[in-house]
Design a protein around this ligand. Structure first.
Ligand code: G3H
Ligand code: 13P
Ligand code: NA
Ligand code: ZN
Length: 328
């Protein structure tokens, strides 16, 4: 069944596990993720970005997810708007059957320019009030995702935002988080702890200097009833970098968020873990492999079947590691 983020994360908090939020854009991603969820008996968050909504169309997305709920009736699914940039994006998502929305007021509508605290507070409070009228859940974000290595804020699409930011701006302030959650009434709070979107998060294996997991612990201590969200949580596995690069890809060496660190975060109160890049790399790695090894092949299913299998395996690993398995 389709359930709200609140219902799903309340259960996760009660039982001490985390839930991956996988980005979806098409049927193949939906099938692969739900096959993994069914195998692991795990609840799941399917999230659609604004880009996904314009790629597939709202009607297609709604019917796709409805089909997945019919195919997998035992799996609790939340359909969530990823990085809503204004009230209209969030409200139209709810109108199209989304049970949860993220209002990302940490950035202005362009999703590049860091916003003021007052702007974030006001717009998130408005969205939370409206969404709650109709029973949808709301995620807000406080702090600017970005690199503690370079001091650069990260735009939603993984590119750099304008200007350099201080260490403080790149980490969520625990005291401000209390004020924000109290005044907006959000169900879940995305925090900034040094991760960023996309494949190029760290230029070395991250340590406490560049991945500040301690922030999570401090925020959770002050807001024990608020579900914390980690964005930019792809692990960018070496095996997938190698798979891509072994078959004509040219991805420069990079490091993501180690699964162990995410598991540590879950122990400290993280409940929703956003993953897109790893899913993209899993599918694309197999596309490249098929293309390189079977150059005469032109049936898209011959590319998509192994791509779905690779994505399914990745999702199973995350469900197992995050403790989601067995909780459907
Ligand atoms: O936060 C960004 C997600 O990875 C979605 O990316 O806007 O290209 O669909 P997208
Ligand atoms: P990754 O790019 O690390 O997969 O992060 C995805 C994300 O945070 C979507 O909101
Ligand atoms: Na942000
Ligand atoms: Zn994100």
């Amino acid at each position: 069944p389709l359930i709200t983020l609140r219902q799903l994360l309340d259960h996760a908090a009660e039982h001490g596990y985390g839930v991956p939020a996988f980005n979806i854009n098409n049927m193949e991603q939906g099938l692969a993720i739900l096959r993994a969820a069914a195998t692991c008996d795990a609840p799941v968050i399917l999230q659609a970005s604004r880009g996904a909504r314009s790629y597939a169309g709202d009607i297609m997305l709604r019917h796709m997810v409805s089909a997945l709920t019919e195919m997998y009736p035992a799996i609790p699914i939340c359909l969530h708007q990823d990085h809503g940039n204004n009230e209209a994006t969030c409200m139209s998502a709810i109108r199209h059957g989304f049970t949860s929305v993220m209002m990302d007021g940490s950035l202005m509508e362009d999703m590049k320019t860091p916003a003021s605290y007052e702007y974030n507070l006001a717009i998130t409070e408005r969205v939370a009030r409206m969404a709650h009228w109709v029973g949808a859940s709301v995620e807000g974000e406080l702090g600017v995702l970005g690199s503690l290595e370079s001091g650069e804020a990260a735009a939603e699409d993984g590119s750099g935002a304008e200007g350099k930011l201080s260490h403080d701006q790149l980490l969520t302030d625990p005291a401000q988080a209390v004020d924000f959650v109290t005044r907006t009434g959000v169900d879940a709070l995305a925090i900034a702890c040094g991760t960023s979107h996309g494949a190029y998060k760290f230029t070395r294996a991250p340590d406490g200097e560049i991945l500040a997991m301690s922030v999570i612990e401090e925020i959770h201590a002050r807001l024990p009833a608020t579900h914390l969200v980690m964005h930019g949580s792809s692990s960018v596995p070496q095996a997938l970098q190698d798979l891509i690069n072994a078959h004509g890809g040219e991805m420069p060496q990079t490091w993501g968020v180690p699964v162990d660190e995410i598991v540590r975060g879950i122990r400290m109160g993280v409940r929703k873990v956003n993953i897109d890049t790893d899913c993209r790399m899993a599918m694309t790695g197999q596309f490249r492999k098929v293309a390189a090894e079977t150059a005469a092949e032109f049936d898209p299913r011959k590319f998509l079947v192994p791509a779905m299998a690779e994505l399914e395996a990745l999702c199973r690993e995350r469900f197992e590691a995050f403790g989601t398995a067995g909780h459907a």
